[in-house]
Design a protein around this ligand. Structure first.
Ligand SMILES: [Mg+2]
Length: 356
């Protein structure tokens, strides 16, 4: 099999409203669309992938990805690939995680299409696609506005809200109060994106206990390097703590487990350098007794579909956070999965099944 051609372009899709987290604000997706043309057994197949940056959650930003793929193109185009030696090929290219994830996704999409099987089967799943029910994210903002947003999502079928916190303990407390008073008993996942010290994270959880909310988990309360703080919240928080920014590689995963710095980890394709790495890290996390969340940067249906295939290949995860396509003003992609409220059902076509 041979790579015949490579195309790449900025993928900047506007959001319905600015996405504000403790460390970033974005108004458009900051990705590159990577399209690859491959020849497999004399036939031509196309694969696509989304290389999604969210700086500084990802070290790379959109211009870096475009520059990287442009520089690598002469080495990629015309190459003959051996499927068993894909890891060596990527090692030789030396791409950073976001670009690598997008390119790898495009190649695997084309290869699965060539085999006529869904990507999750190509990744080793044997069963049918599992049931995928996502939460929906409320970014950092005014308490009343967020309560309005949450209320608006409910008739659309969303039952679990991921609330972004970590910028201000008092403001975050008010947001939780507003959501609790509007939707008593709401199921909540918190994500501080590294914004707190352990003391404040524990204080927020203490405050949440008094409210009529079901807190399912708390993602990345402390800075990525602050495993002491992460371990403190894990030991004392009383709910599952999930490492996201702290888990960017297999070595990070081993450290988190060793230092009891989380109950679970958030898998994201662009953070972990693609589907195959994420699969390895997800399987190892399960072996270590850690729970899994499946997440994304601010991605379109293309990136989310790739993640849904990975979740299926892993046999499911505890917490699904594949909602960012719902936050976009439009989406240039269709297919991949069907949406019914918060439920995503993977389609059974070859590859990702996503079309531009
Ligand atoms: Mg997160």
């Amino acid at each position: 099999m041979k790579i015949l051609d490579l195309h790449y372009s900025p993928l900047s899709v506007p959001l319905l409203e600015p996405f504000v987290i403790a460390t970033a604000t974005v108004t458009h997706t900051r990705a590159a669309l990577i399209k690859i043309e491959m020849e497999v057994r004399g036939e031509r197949f196309i694969g696509i992938g989304e290389a999604a940056a969210l700086h500084p959650v990802t070290a790379e930003d959109q211009p870096d990805i475009l520059e990287e793929i442009k520089n690598a193109a002469p080495v990629i185009v015309g190459r003959t690939l051996v499927p068993e030696k894909l890891d060596e090929f990527f090692e030789e290219l030396g791409l950073r995680p976001v670009t690598k994830a997008g390119l790898e996704c495009a190649i695997l999409d084309a290869l699965a299409r060539a085999e006529g099987i869904p990507l999750h089967r190509f990744l080793g799943s044997t069963g049918q696609p599992c049931r995928l029910v996502t939460d929906i994210t409320l970014p950092i903002g005014e308490p009343r506005h967020l309560a309005d947003l949450a209320e608006g999502y409910r008739p659309k079928g969303f039952e679990v809200f991921k609330i972004k916190v970590g910028k201000s303990l008092s403001q975050d407390s008010k947001v939780l109060e507003a959501v609790a008073s509007r939707i008593p008993g709401a199921r909540i996942r918190l994500d501080a994106n590294e914004g707190y010290h352990a003391k404040d994270a524990l204080a927020l959880l203490k405050h949440a206990e008094k409210l009529s909310l079901v807190i399912e988990c708390f993602e990345q309360p402390c800075h990525r390097e602050d495993l002491v703080g992460m371990a403190e919240v894990t030991a004392q928080g009383g709910i599952p703590i999930v490492a996201d920014e702290s888990c960017r590689s297999m070595a990070d995963l081993e450290q988190l487990a060793l230092r009891k710095a989380a109950h679970g980890v958030n898998l994201k394709l662009v953070k972990l350098g693609g589907l195959k790495n994420s699969l390895r890290i997800g399987r190892r996390a399960k072996d270590l007794g850690l729970a899994l969340m499946a997440g994304a940067m601010v991605e379109t249906r293309l990136g989310l579909t790739a993640m849904a295939h990975l979740v299926t290949a892993l046999g499911g995860v505890e917490w699904l956070d594949l909602d960012t396509a719902f936050l976009l003003a439009s989406d240039p992609f269709h297919g991949g999965y069907e949406v019914n409220g918060a439920q995503l059902t993977l389609l059974n076509g070859p590859g990702l099944g996503v079309e531009a």
